[in-house]
Design a protein around this ligand. Structure first.
Ligand SMILES: *Cc1c(COP(=O)(O)O)cnc(C)c1O
Length: 396
């Protein structure tokens, strides 16, 4: 289907081969471990190009491939590889780019488990050293780069504090020094930010969040140039055995068909809520890239075309009893981790960080006790605002 069509249309029809399965408007799930061939010559030919043929489902599978073609189109990438989780996609990308004794520059507010992968696992197993930088200034990267820097790893907006990195400037700097770049684009989604167009080598996502959008699956994806993604397919995917379930891929197909609509509704709900919160007397500040008051507004306009539904706000109180009762009084917002689904969620970073970090480390992350993170879902915005207002008004 022509690339000139709009993304909404392409997510319905791109890469679908309905004639091959009786015109079924929704493709079947190819829930099979292997594929048979009509003769010796056919299977022999398939083995010559394993990344394009269906042989065995730890490698390519038709349901998985259909999602990969849609997501590659969405992100303007040559090729995509699905993974069974966002973390599997991140791990695969790191292993793809890194050799023992390499150095990495990453942002300090990287998604927690990804940060642990670098800090604890890869440092011990492969002697990888990582310099964590705030990432808001290009100098952060210039100063951190060493002889043996192999990878710059970004997450913009960062899902902890919503800070942005200048993606294009960093990609140019990295390229001039022969350093590879990857970005976790989960928060913006490819609808609102296209890092590959800005020169990034690999884009990774947790499919679990907005791309999945229904809170009923875990998945991940890497997107980039064919050479890069084919290498990841052969090694970190097929060889290491990170197989994606056809059932999950089939659910993702359903999700992608409504993605553009969903993120727009998440955005309009979130904008109204961010503005409401900013005007409330119990709120110190709101972190949401879409707000006029967002500190990196200019960079936001340069590299993003919208904001999704995740934000955080700071209650004026630091009193844990008041903070707890504010959260417990909410009734539409459900208490839980993760985000990006149809339902609104509330999570307080203090709950997890106080178990792992001391107070100084906690402050160092740029977070405080009264920091509340919400994922604004697809409910009616009036009900969401009322839920927040009722609970905020009861804080003394
Ligand atoms: C959730 C998340 C991940 C990990 O994804 P899983 O699908 O849970 O493995 C990675 N990056 C970001 C920014 C996330 O929010």
């Amino acid at each position: 289907m022509s690339k000139k069509r709009k993304l909404d249309t392409l997510m319905m029809h791109h890469a679908e081969d309905r004639a091959a399965y009786h015109g079924a408007i929704v493709p079947p799930i190819f829930q099979n471990s292997l594929f048979s061939f009509k003769d010796w010559e056919a299977i022999d030919k398939a083995f010559d190009n394993r990344s394009e043929h269906f042989i065995y489902s730890r490698g390519k599978n038709p349901t998985v491939k259909l999602v990969e073609e849609k997501i590659a189109l969405l992100a303007n990438g040559e090729k995509a590889q699905l993974f069974p989780s966002g973390m599997a996609a991140i791990t695969a990308s790191c292993l793809h780019f890194l050799r023992p004794n390499d150095h990495v520059v990453a942002i300090k507010n990287l998604y927690g488990p990804a940060s642990n992968l670098l800090k604890s696992y890869l440092s011990k197993k492969m002697n990888i050293e990582t310099t964590f930088v705030s990432g808001e200034h290009i100098e952060d990267f210039e100063d951190a780069i060493r002889e043996n820097t192999a990878l710059i790893y970004l997450e913009s907006p960062s899902t902890a504090v919503f800070s942005l990195q200048d993606i294009e400037a960093i990609a140019n700097l990295a390229r001039s020094k022969g350093i590879k770049t990857m970005i976790d684009n989960t928060l913006a989604t490819p609808i609102f930010q296209k890092p590959l167009d800005m020169g990034i080598d690999l884009e990774v996502h947790s499919f679990t969040k907005y791309l999945g959008g229904h809170s009923d699956l875990i998945g991940g994806v890497v997107i980039g140039a064919q050479k890069e993604v084919d290498s990841i397919f052969h090694n970190e995917y097929e060889l290491l055995g990170a197989k994606t379930a056809p059932m999950e891929a089939w659910l993702l197909l359903r999700s992608l068909r409504t993605l553009t609509m969903r993120v727009k509704r998440h955005q309009s709900n979130a904008m109204a809520i961010a503005e409401f919160l900013e005007g409330h007397s119990q709120i110190e500040f709101v972190r949401y890239p879409g707000l006029n008051s967002f500190p990196q507004g200019e960079l936001y306009k340069k590299q993003m075309t919208g904001s999704t539904g995740l934000m955080s706000f700071n209650l004026k109180t630091e009193n844990l009893v008041e903070i707890k009762s504010f959260v417990n009084r909410l009734s539409v917002f459900q208490i839980g981790v993760s985000w990006g689904g149809h339902e609104s969620l509330v999570f307080v970073p203090a709950i997890s960080y106080l178990k792992e970090l001391d107070e100084k480390q906690f402050k160092n992350m740029g977070i405080s006790l009264g920091d509340i993170r919400i994922s604004v879902g697809l409910e009616h915005v009036d009900d969401l605002i009322t839920d927040l207002k009722d609970s905020l008004d009861l804080i003394k």
